[in-house]
Design a protein around this ligand. Structure first.
Ligand SMILES: NC(=O)c1ccc[n+]([C@@H]2O[C@H](COP(=O)([O-])OP(=O)(O)OC[C@H]3O[C@@H](n4cnc5c(N)ncnc54)[C@H](OP(=O)(O)O)[C@@H]3O)[C@@H](O)[C@H]2O)c1
Length: 331
């Protein structure tokens, strides 16, 4: 669907970290957005270089040189640790800010910026907190897929108290960012498949634990990520012990997400091809056979750079500014 929304003055937008994978994707979405206009894009070591976004050449300035007060909206796609101080400065300069880093997310240790609590931008689940917010913490890519998939069970208190939710998930290589690493070279990744951060210590766990707990779940999460030899996409297989067998498990998901333009509940198991370059979470659910404890298996797929990063960031900005939520986003 095309959204025709015209503002007399477009919202001026700055992107910090525009040379990275997530930042480039945001530049592309902003350049195509009917109500937004890119006024600066910044980089660190690649300042002075040019990127292409939506067919346009965009010059990258040094982040230190960005005129924060020239933008009504700033996306920070800086690494965690480096982002929070820039988010603070951008908000103090008067911009609304969407932070893609983990710095202000639940479980990070601080969800406050300039004395105000920063809402978590898992749009479908936290939408009422976003209009009027000055700063929003955009979720991590794995947490987006996993928490959206779990929410219908948590909303109905159907997970078994104290039980472990098991998540085996795989991400494309852009999930690791643009910084070169030997283990991410083409010849190391192509035609191979491996687990990483094995031992339940991935940095996204704090965020998922905090949000599951906020949603009323009393569960451990056992999360094992894998590296997929593709550029983009996440597929998560989530195994959840539940209190009772459900005759029609999919109906729970269909009911909660009935009116959501970016959530697809499918009869068939999702695959990456169905979601890549789209701002959607696509998922399906089935009952596990041959186990004593009633158990559901949820499979969820997203594009880590779109619904898992830039797309959800723009979706959150649309809600913050009262624009149609789907404006400028590939459904
Ligand atoms: N990749 C994903 O799938 C994904 C998904 C969800 C959220 N995120 C989050 O989005 C943010 C960006 O991720 P990414 O994958 O796009 O990372 P990336 O490709 O490594 O890009 C990082 C960006 O930050 C700049 N930068 C690096 N170190 C900096 C520093 N010390 N000070 C200021 N700028 C610095 C880089 O500039 P130069 O390139 O010029 O050095 C680049 O523009 C991260 O916080 C990440 O956790 C990423």
């Amino acid at each position: 669907m095309t959204v025709y929304t015209f503002l007399v003055n477009k919202i001026t937008v700055g992107v910090l970290g525009a040379s990275g994978y997530a930042g480039r994707e945001i530049c592309d979405l902003v350049t195509r957005h009917p109500c937004m206009e890119l006024v600066f894009a910044s980089a660190n070591s690649r300042a002075g270089e040019t990127i292409r976004a939506a067919g346009r050449s965009i010059s990258l300035i040094a982040t230190d040189e960005a005129k924060l007060d020239s933008a009504g909206l700033i996306f920070s796609a800086l690494p965690h640790g480096a982002s929070a101080s820039w988010v603070q400065a951008a908000a103090a300069a008067g911009a609304k800010v969407v932070d893609l880093s983990a710095d202000l997310r639940p479980g990070s240790g601080s969800t406050s910026c300039n004395g105000t609590t920063v809402p978590y931008g898992l749009t479908e689940l936290t939408r009422p907190l976003l209009p009027g917010a000055d700063v929003v913490a955009n979720p991590g890519c794995y947490p987006t897929a996993i928490l959206i998939a779990l929410a219908p069970l948590l909303a109905r208190s159907l997970t078994v108290k104290g039980a472990t939710i098991n998540v085996s998930a795989a991400s494309g290589v852009t999930g690791a960012g643009f910084t070169p690493k030997p283990e991410l070279m083409f010849a190391e990744v192509a035609e191979d498949f491996r687990a990483y951060a094995v031992g339940n210590e991935h940095r996204h766990l704090n965020e998922m634990r905090a949000v599951v707990s906020e949603m009323g779940g009393d569960n451990d999460i056992l999360f094992t990520p894998h590296l997929l030899p593709v550029a983009r996409g996440i597929l998560a297989t989530i195994t959840v012990p539940v209190k009772e067998s459900l005759a029609q498990p999919l109906s729970l998901w269909r009911e909660l997400y009935r009116d959501e333009p970016f959530i697809e509940v499918s009869d068939t198991m999702p695959s990456l091809r169905e979601v890549v370059h789209r701002n959607v979470v696509r998922m399906s659910v089935t009952t596990a056979a041959n186990v004593r404890q009633p158990t559901l298996i949820i499979v969820a797929a997203i594009d880590n750079l779109m619904k898992g990063a830039a797309g959800q960031a723009v979706q959150n900005a649309n809600v913050m500014f009262g624009l149609p939520e789907i404006a400028g986003l590939p459904a």
